[in-house]
Design a protein around this ligand. Structure first.
Ligand code: NDP
Length: 249
């Protein structure tokens, strides 16, 4: 095993510890916002700043490797499309005028995104390079399919939530309906987890697996917190709905 793989395994252990801690304390932004996390900055700039790190760092690795149109570059392109949307399109569509986020949370996200983009940049373009033959490998085909389906679920569900946010006063929440909201409280998180599991299968490397583990560690506890929040807040909240995984959890 390469040094990078040991680093990625160690990083998975940090994700496991973060998972346990997030089950006890929801990250303090959005509906779980609360005092006691230090100075705050505008949420719009926090989102752009923390997510753009992933775009820029992986973009530099991809730029240096340009010229050979192989599967690594195709996987890098998937990453960049996701993060172009998450960093520069999604935050501008949020209704976050006046909304803030603790600087400490944004800095933790910068660290998380910086490490993941660096390990994945090294994985894709230096240590586990996938050439043209990888395009026909079943892992690439299955993984990319999962990634695309997950991205579709994520964006569709986020769009529905953003519409609810736009039609309601800030900090006023409604019960979302339609699509996978029929089955779970957080289909946007379900889609995001699917995306990165798909990416891990398509890249078939420990750094990519590490990012999928981190996404799971961030979003499953948050979905649990959202789900409980909805159940406490709305007496008529659909009883059959799960938190994140349809029919399971
Ligand atoms: P949320 O679902 O908490 O919120 C998304 C947006 O919808 C916010 O603007 C929120 O407003 C609004 N909203 C949510 N529910 C309602 C409702 N019931 N009624 C009205 N408005 C609502 O998502 P996050 O902000 O946590 O995450 C945003 C995106 O980032 C997601 O796609 C997620 O998958 C991704 N993400 C990825 C992570 C990873 O580890 N890869 C980590 C964190 C996020 P408000 O802000 O006022 O609550």
């Amino acid at each position: 095993m390469k040094v990078l793989d040991w680093v990625a395994l160690g990083w998975c252990l940090v994700a496991a510890a973060t998972f346990v801690s997030l089950l006890r304390t929801a990250a303090p932004y959005g509906r779980h916002e609360r005092d006691g996390w230090g100075p705050r900055i505008p949420a719009l700039w926090a989102w752009v700043g923390m997510e753009a790190v992933s775009f820029v760092v992986l973009g530099v690795f991809a730029w240096r490797a340009r010229g050979s149109l192989d599967a690594s570059l195709a996987l890098g392109a998937l990453w960049l499309v996701h993060y172009a949307h998450r960093s520069f399109v999604y935050p501008l569509r949020m209704r976050r005028v006046g909304q803030t986020m603790p600087l400490s949370v944004a800095l933790m996200a910068v660290l998380f995104n910086g490490v993941n983009a660096t390990t994945n940049g090294l994985g894709l373009f230096v240590v586990h390079v996938r050439g043209g033959e990888w395009f026909t490998d079943p892992r690439f085909i299955v993984g990319v399919t999962l990634f695309v389906v997950g991205a579709g679920v994520n964006v569709w569900s986020d769009n529905l939530l953003l519409r609810l946010r736009r039609t309601a006063p800030a900090a006023y929440y409604q019960i979302p309906h339609g699509g996978l909201f029929r089955f779970v409280s957080c289909p946007n998180y379900f889609g995001e987890v699917l995306e990165w599991i798909g990416f891990a299968i398509a890249a078939w490397s420990l750094p990519a697996l590490g990012f999928a583990v981190w996404t799971f560690a961030n979003l499953v506890p948050r979905a649990r917190a959202h789900h409980r929040w909805y159940q406490d807040r709305f007496a008529d909240y659909p009883r059959e709905r799960r938190a994140i995984f349809p029919f399971l959890y």
